[in-house]
Design a protein. Structure first.
Ligand SMILES: *[C@@H]1O[C@H](CO)[C@@H](O)[C@H](O)[C@H]1NC(C)=O
Ligand SMILES: *[C@@H]1O[C@H](CO)[C@@H](O)[C@H](O)[C@H]1NC(C)=O
Ligand SMILES: *[C@@H]1O[C@H](CO)[C@@H](O)[C@H](O)[C@H]1NC(C)=O
Ligand SMILES: *[C@@H]1O[C@H](CO)[C@@H](O)[C@H](O)[C@H]1NC(C)=O
Length: 279
């Protein structure tokens, strides 16, 4: 029997919203998968105008998709709103699982499934949460210069283990994951992988017990595949908030804990970094 916090998987989840032809006429360099909640139209609009802008890195083809599930209460009410937003922007994919914290792994797997089936020739995939600051230009210039296989990077956690207290949002019961440690993995707010890993992760997830922490689960998939993660230099992927500073932010990839309103405020100023900051 399944523990209530364990996401039901595999299960033939259906795409309620899909963009199957996005890679028919172009091969993106980077597929950016952004986790948002179904009702978060405001957050998505801010991301479209800031770090999620597909033309923000000159000469680099970026494809942005928002990953959503079904709101557990307002699912039916949000349906037409989401459909309208989807028609306007063509950047939302949705499957028919409940959009809850403990189901986040299903969103990541939906993203891996989409890349495997609809965009297998992309070079890289980045998964990001909505509450981050991202500098894709620096990521591409500094870390994605050569074609890579079996490559994943981000803020790497090593020798950590599941939290066994129910008091935590990150509680993982033994019934879901018995080991005391996780294999090395990249922190969920923002990580990058070579796109060849997407079908491998999606494939191995069909046979592994899925756990409710999406980032640790991707680490478990890589462990099963015999693939290691690559650490990043200190300060490039930041799991804690750091205050905005133009030139410092021009030399990092990700900062966790940025809300949409702040992003809107700093983004125009950050654009000046391209000419103002030494690299
Ligand atoms: C995205 O960036 C381009 C180039 O800087 C700009 O022209 C465009 O208006 C931006 N799009 C949005 C939605 O902000
Ligand atoms: C995850 O989604 C499935 C399918 O919609 C649902 O049955 C399950 O209750 C959800 N799990 C959690 C922990 O919300
Ligand atoms: C991916 O590349 C292969 C080999 O070049 C090609 O046959 C295939 O049509 C491409 N697929 C897509 C979806 O672009
Ligand atoms: C869990 O522990 C077992 C026994 O030590 C080990 O064989 C297995 O590789 C571990 N799994 C992970 C995902 O680390």
């Amino acid at each position: 029997t399944r523990h209530p916090l364990q996401p039901p998987y595999p299960h033939p989840y259906r795409f309620l919203l899909n963009e199957p032809h996005k890679c028919r006429d172009r091969t993106p360099f980077l597929v950016l998968l952004v986790v948002t909640e179904p009702g978060d139209t405001v957050g998505r609009n801010v991301i479209r105008q800031t770090w999620g802008n597909e033309s923000s890195v000159p000469g680099v083809s970026i494809l942005r998709l928002f990953l959503v599930g079904v709101h557990p209460v307002f699912g039916p009410a949000l349906r037409s709103v989401l459909e309208e937003e989807s028609l306007l922007h063509h950047d939302i994919i949705q499957q028919d699982f409940f959009d809850t914290y403990n189901n986040l792994t299903l969103k990541t797997l939906m993203g891996m499934e989409w890349v495997s089936k609809h965009c297998p020739n992309a070079s890289y995939v980045m998964k990001a949460d909505r509450d981050v600051f991202l500098n894709l230009g620096y990521l591409v210039r500094r870390f994605l210069t050569k074609p890579k296989k079996n490559f994943m990077t981000g803020y790497v956690y090593r020798n950590t283990g599941p939290l066994r207290s129910k008091a935590y949002k990150w509680y993982v019961p033994r019934e879901i994951y018995p080991n005391n440690t996780y294999p090395p993995y990249c922190g969920g707010p923002g990580y990058v992988l070579s796109a060849d890993l997407a079908p491998k992760i999606y494939g191995v997830a069909q046979i592994l017990p899925v756990i409710n922490m999406e980032d640790s689960f991707v680490g478990i998939c890589l462990h099963a595949l015999g693939v290691g993660v690559t650490g990043s230099p200190w300060g490039v992927f930041n799991m804690y908030r750091i205050e905005y500073e133009k030139c410092r932010f021009s030399r990092l990839v990700m900062v966790h804990h940025f809300q949409p309103q702040e992003l809107l405020k700093i983004w125009p100023h950050f654009q000046e970094a391209k000419v103002m900051c030494h690299r």
